[in-house]
Design a protein around this ligand. Structure first.
Ligand SMILES: *[C@@H]1O[C@H](CO)[C@@H](O)[C@H](O)[C@H]1NC(C)=O
Ligand SMILES: *[C@@H]1O[C@H](CO)[C@@H](O)[C@H](O)[C@H]1NC(C)=O
Length: 210
């Protein structure tokens, strides 16, 4: 039932915006945070090896949708429908990561960001699965995921997008991934992984997060 509903919404994103904006139980006040769930499954891409500029563009688009879908759940953590979508889309992120790591002449900072992401994606997916399976409390699991994403993963994703765009000579600017609501209430200065420290060392990423 839910799936067919989501599939309908996939082809009627305006209807979805209307539906999500009138959502009564939302814990999110941010309008920009909800378009997230407007696809039921990630788009299947067939990038060339090495990926072309168009491949990178499509990969960023897929990835951005996944980020927003996971954000939508983290902004509304009691909603099981959003949790299930988040799990499906979170699993597409490593697929896009693999594509971008194959880009020719990816900068060292891009490669490092990719390595950070490889190290961090498994725990995000397993924490989301743990909520779904009931083996971890929603609070504990989402706190872990929020910390990981806000402080390490989302900045690294932005760095990798920029590096892949630069390496393929993409025109225009590549935005940073949108942060979930919890990020604004979080201090990333203590207890961060080596990965986050590496990202934090890059001033342009800090600036881009604003
Ligand atoms: C949970 O999320 C789905 C998908 O966004 C939405 O259709 C539904 O109304 C939400 N449920 C509640 C109780 O907010
Ligand atoms: C910082 O990030 C920018 C954008 O990704 C990149 O161009 C630059 O090389 C990075 N600097 C360092 C020292 O990693």
């Amino acid at each position: 039932m839910q799936l067919s509903k989501i599939l309908c919404l996939l082809f009627a994103s305006t209807a979805l915006s209307a539906a999500t904006s009138t959502r009564r139980t939302s814990t999110s006040a941010r309008a920009g945070a909800t378009p997230a769930a407007n696809a039921a499954v990630p788009k299947k891409l067939s990038p060339a090896t090495p990926p072309t500029m168009a491949d990178v563009k499509n990969s960023i688009t897929n990835w951005d949708t996944s980020v927003k879908t996971v954000n939508a759940y983290l902004n509304d953590p009691q909603n099981n429908t959003k949790l299930q979508s988040a799990i499906v889309f979170a699993k597409d992120e490593p697929v896009q990561l693999a594509t971008m790591m194959k880009v020719t002449s990816l900068s060292t900072s891009g490669q490092n960001a990719g390595k950070i992401l490889m190290g961090n994606f498994p725990s995000i997916i397993s924490n989301l699965n743990a909520v779904s399976a009931g083996s971890m409390s929603t609070n504990d699991a989402t706190a872990a995921v929020n910390f990981n994403r806000c402080c390490t993963v989302l900045p690294a994703i932005g760095m990798l997008w920029q590096a892949a765009a630069t390496a393929t000579k993409m025109q225009g600017t590549v935005g940073m991934p949108i942060l979930e609501d919890q990020c604004s209430q979080m201090s990333c200065s203590s207890g961060v992984s080596g990965g986050a420290a590496a990202v934090a060392a890059n001033g342009s990423i800090a600036a881009n997060r604003m």
